[in-house]
Design a protein around this ligand. Structure first.
Ligand SMILES: O=c1ccn([C@@H]2O[C@H](COP(=O)(O)O)[C@@H](O)[C@H]2O)c(=O)[nH]1
Length: 240
């Protein structure tokens, strides 16, 4: 069974409040079998130096800080993220076109190791009623499509969305435009606060590029075995 390859689709979300526990898990993982995501919790506790240590271990790191601010501030923030050597950074698409273009410009000027830049569309924890309370009557799929096209027009590399939207999105965005999807739940696993969920295999079959998976791996009794099972469930569906 092949469980490690050069373009791993799984991005393990490291959401820990304990650096030692995160480091213990990372030590068991192979950069050929997964990428890693560092989000707001661990970045706030352990900071840029810890991010650099994880990058130095050879992992592609998605720094998931979802910047959402005025263009000048976001441009400087993504430049700072690029200086850490991360593989991917992100912003909120709802920050608007000027902000997204400023982020692209800042990264284009940041040198050779430019990280990929993606934009969050509608959080995978949101259902229609939650979106209604924020935006009034706009259908989730329509909002995701609108923000996906805006993100593409602004020159970013892709979006963060739910795999439930992937089939529709693949019909309207460029082939190389990345679809990065949290809310991935292997059959039988707890949804927790995620609403728009999909299994790893159905996400890949829908045209997703990367699967962001946290608790189903990090909270498993045997995280490595969980990752191996997920990779095994998608390996026949991915181009290696
Ligand atoms: O729409 C979004 C954007 C980001 N996330 C992040 O992904 C992981 C998911 O973790 P699970 O434990 O697999 O639910 C988490 O770090 C979120 O901050 C998201 O879930 N949805």
């Amino acid at each position: 069974m092949l469980t490690a390859h050069s373009d791993p689709k799984v991005i393990v979300a490291l959401d820990f409040d304990d650096e030692a526990a995160a480091n213990e898990l990372i030590a068991k993982l192979d950069p050929k079998a997964c990428r890693l995501k560092i989000g707001k919790e661990m970045f706030t506790y352990y900071g840029p130096d810890w991010v650099k240590k994880v990058v130095a271990l050879g992992f592609d790191v998605f720094l998931d800080l979802k910047f959402h601010d005025i263009p000048n501030t976001v441009a400087k923030a993504v430049k700072a993220a690029a200086s850490l050597g991360v593989w991917m950074v992100n912003v909120h698409a709802s920050g608007g076109p000027e902000m997204m273009k400023a982020a692209v410009k800042a990264l284009n000027e940041s040198g050779e190791n430019r990280p990929l830049l993606t934009a969050v569309t509608v959080l995978t924890s949101m259902d229609q009623s939650q979106l209604d309370s924020v935006l009034g009557n706009r259908e989730i799929n329509e909002q995701v499509k609108r923000l996906a096209l805006l993100t593409q027009e602004c020159g970013l590399d892709g979006i963060v969305c739910s795999a439930q939207e992937a089939i529709t999105l693949r019909e309207i965005v460029n082939e190389k435009f990345l679809l990065v999807t949290p809310g991935i739940r292997p059959a039988g696993s707890e949804k927790g606060d995620q609403v728009r969920v999909a299994t790893p295999a159905s996400a890949i079959q829908s045209g997703v590029d990367y699967l962001v998976i946290g608790r189903p791996i990090t909270q498993a009794l045997d995280p490595l075995s969980s990752l191996k099972q997920i990779n095994a469930s998608i390996e026949h569906l991915t181009k290696i």
